[in-house]
Design a protein around this ligand. Structure first.
Ligand SMILES: NC(=O)c1ccc[n+]([C@@H]2O[C@H](COP(=O)([O-])OP(=O)(O)OC[C@H]3O[C@@H](n4cnc5c(N)ncnc54)[C@H](O)[C@@H]3O)[C@@H](O)[C@H]2O)c1
Length: 720
């Protein structure tokens, strides 16, 4: 053995072949600080081995190398930019030193070779992949760019245009696709991977393959003439500017780095990569996107744990109500392989529910993402029913009938009388207290909320609402079912609005108050969309949610939190509601909705809405003020939910709004946003508006957090 570490080893085999094998003690191979040290030592050992004739890089795991250890990033990235340049250079130097080994090198790639894993393959002269391989540079998804030579080597290997496409989308590529552009040299069946890689290495050792010539372009400037250079980079920059926009700087910095490095040799190009990486590592977007990735891991980890803990498996489900939500829930369950009975009290509703499902499926078939056979299979998984007969043997029921506590109570009691004793019953209510609904249920331990978001097939979040008497087993089974449906479940405790709606309504209240004071609702929407990054501003969102629904929820919230969320006199939302302006559903709300001559949907600010609100003369508010006035109430309420244990961790609080409301991902969620602004600065800002009401008043807990200099995410480490 030439070298043996905890993550990798180097061993001299027959015929002068050194096998450098990544086989970490953990479940996957990844690059962390300790692995870099071992990598450096292994390269030195190989260079010192007089009998070595070639190097084979392999993995002892089912995946090659999954990437860099992101959990180390956030701490490291707190260092100043000047310190990050030498930090990343030290790592990329190790990769260069491998590339400089004066022997032919071949990577045998199985499974994921992502990020640093992909860059490990790029330092080799040849790459042989098996059909399980998935290769890519996903750093852009974390607001970063490759930092171990990816921006230098990949363009020189597959051309700048292909490389930019890989890096700016962050997509992983199957072996065949990677080979088509030249990122790998051969693709074989998994059982032949090792032999094929060894055979290629032997050919290189024997001089049948000119490995030096293969390596050379990676050490030189890009082979593009000046016209090609201008064409390629200008086209890419134009596309990226249009697609990524100003909130996501990573793809543009990546392209500009590759462009600036095009005429340079490896050392020059690598320096620019080091500098670009450090610059991106310091952006708020990178902090937010890395935080999101980690938060998503927290949620997935919890769902996995629940899956293991769940004593009740869900193999058959029922949804009561075939409306907007029932139809969507039936589709999602069936699509992900759990057969579901869809029960309603009238036939037309059942037809509508089925049409919703077949409409989504038809689109998938039209886009070539599903075949007709699979579509038929999914539809067969939905059993429409007017009677409870088909519901008797289900494992779980999702009640999604009209939002009326009396009707829901009756329906829940009715279904409990039909299903088996161990069946779980859930409600998709968006506002009614789970404990209140539980009063209609006998087996209260087997009852909880399962709050989906509209449209069900698109929105990833499911709030699993634990009632006072819900058992842990029930929560675990429901979390597992939501995960099986392809959703991201977050467990929350019962309170008016649960988590997502509870924090959304103070935001709407902030909006209403602004409009009452004379703000133009279109100006507010514009700032919140273009500057803050929400997919829809508050007025547009209210129209989409439905003004009637919003008005109803406002009532629920004001009853639940009478001092903080009391109904606002003159509320523009109530004015819309009282004048039958229900939003998108009846074509009139803050905006008027229609179609143009070509049948395309239109949305224009409504003159009637302005009249109703009574603020045709507008007061100007600065963008900063608009953001503060609507965001402070939301963030304050999120903090209250954390303090009251409605939601467990900051990670879940962030993901809940990203997945449930479309909170701008580059801001990482409400708590990440709070900490990016700075807790102290946020308090200062909120204090300025404290006179406007309780929603603007920060909690004592937040003041303490600011004083202690701690982070809301620190507590997560303990609880996650
Ligand atoms: N629409 C949303 O955006 C949204 C989002 C999240 C949660 N929710 C909640 O989901 C539930 C359903 O909302 P929706 O928008 O789908 O309503 P909807 O009005 O579109 O559908 C309700 C359906 O329930 C049926 N129904 C009524 N009584 C019934 C009974 N006794 N048995 C079986 N079916 C019965 C109706 O025929 C109708 O098809 C509500 O509790 C709502 O608050 C709605």
């Amino acid at each position: 053995m030439l070298f043996k570490g905890k993550s990798l080893s180097a061993e001299l085999l027959n015929d002068g072949i050194v096998e450098m094998k990544f086989d970490a003690e953990g479940s996957v191979n990844k690059f962390d600080q300790a692995t870099f040290e071992e990598y450096r030592a292994a390269v030195a050992a190989i260079n010192n081995c007089a009998d070595a004739k070639g190097v084979l890089v392999t993995s002892g795991k089912s995946a090659f190398i999954v990437g860099a250890d992101i959990t180390e990033f956030l701490e490291t990235f707190k260092e100043p930019e000047e310190a990050l340049v030498p930090w990343v250079k030290a790592a990329s130097d190790v990769f260069d030193s491998f590339e400089d080994i004066q022997l032919p090198t071949v990577a045998a790639i199985n499974g994921f070779a992502l990020g640093g894993g992909c860059e490990m393959t790029l330092v080799c002269d040849y790459r042989v992949a098996d059909t399980t391989a998935s290769i890519g540079l996903p750093e852009v998804k974390l607001g970063l760019m490759p930092g171990f030579g990816g921006t230098v080597r990949l363009p020189r290997l597959i051309g700048a245009d292909n490389a930019i496409e890989w890096m700016s989308t962050g997509k992983a590529h199957k072996a065949a696709a990677a080979m088509a552009v030249g990122a790998v040299d051969a693709v074989v069946a998994p059982e032949h991977l090792r032999d094929a890689a060894v055979s290629m290495l032997k050919q290189a050792i024997d001089g049948k393959l000119d490995w030096k010539a293969k390596r050379q372009p990676k050490l030189e400037p890009l082979k593009l003439n000046p016209t090609e250079t201008i064409m390629t980079f200008n086209t890419c920059k134009g596309m990226i500017a249009a697609k990524a926009g100003k909130h996501y700087p990573a793809p543009m910095v990546t392209v500009k780095t590759i462009e600036a490095a095009a005429g340079l040799d490896r050392a020059g190009a690598m320096h620019l990569e080091n500098v670009g990486f450090a610059k991106l590592a310091k952006t708020d977007a990178a902090t937010a996107q890395i935080g999101l990735f980690m938060a998503d891991q927290v949620i997935k980890g919890k769902a996995k744990k629940a899956g293991k803990m769940a004593t009740k498996a869900v193999n058959k489900a029922a949804v009561l109500g075939a409306g907007i939500m029932g139809g969507g829930i039936a589709y999602q369950s069936a699509y992900k392989g759990t057969p579901i009975v869809m029960k309603d009290i009238n036939n037309e509703a059942l037809d509508l529910g089925l049409n919703t499902a077949s409409g989504i499926l038809t689109k998938l078939v039209e886009r070539g993402r599903m075949n007709a056979k699979k579509m038929a299979g999914v539809l067969n998984n939905i059993t429409p029913s007017l009677s409870y007969d088909n519901v008797k043997d289900v494992d779980i029921v999702v009640e999604a009938v009209v939002e009326n506590p009396k009707i829901k109570g009756l329906v829940l009691a009715e279904v409990e009388g039909v299903v088996a004793d161990d069946a779980i019953i859930t409600s998709n209510t968006s506002t009614i207290s789970i404990d209140l609904l539980a009063e209609s249920i006998q087996r209260k331990d087997k009852f909880c909320g399962m709050h989906f978001f509209n449209p069900v097939h698109k929105m990833p979040l499911v709030e699993v609402i634990r009632g006072k008497e819900t058992s842990d087993e029930t929560v675990a089974a429901v979390v597992a079912y939501a995960a099986k449906m392809g959703k991201s479940p977050i467990v929350v405790n019962d309170c008016p609005g649960f988590y997502v709606n509870r924090v959304l309504f103070p935001y709407f209240a902030g909006f209403s108050q602004l409009v009452i004071e004379g703000a133009d609702f279109t100006a507010v929407d514009k700032v919140m969309e273009k500057q803050f990054g929400w997919p829809m501003g508050p007025a547009y969102l209210l129209d989409v949610v439905g003004i009637d629904t919003a008005d109803h929820c406002t009532g629920v919230m004001s009853a639940g939190f009478p001092t903080r969320m009391q109904k606002i006199g003159n509320d523009p939302v109530s004015k819309m509601y009282n004048n039958d302006r229900l939003g998108q559903k009846n074509g009139k709300g803050f905006y008027d909705y229609g179609t143009d001559k070509r049948g395309k949907p239109t949305k224009v600010p409504s003159a009637v809405a302005y009249e109703l609100i009574g603020n045709t003369e507008h007061t100007d508010f600065s963008a900063d003020e608009i953001i503060a006035r609507v965001m402070i109430p939301m963030v304050n309420e999120v903090v209250r939910c954390l303090e009251e244990g409605i939601v467990d961790t900051a990670a879940e609080a962030d993901m809940g709004l990203i997945y449930g409301l479309g909170f701008p991902p580059f801001r990482g969620g409400p708590i990440r946003y709070l900490e990016t602004v700075g807790i102290e600065k946020f308090i200062e800002m909120a204090d300025k508006y404290a006179h406007l009401g309780e929603i603007y008043q920060v909690t004592d807990g937040m003041r303490e957090m600011a004083k202690s200099g701690k982070s809301y995410f620190m507590t997560d480490v303990k609880t996650a």
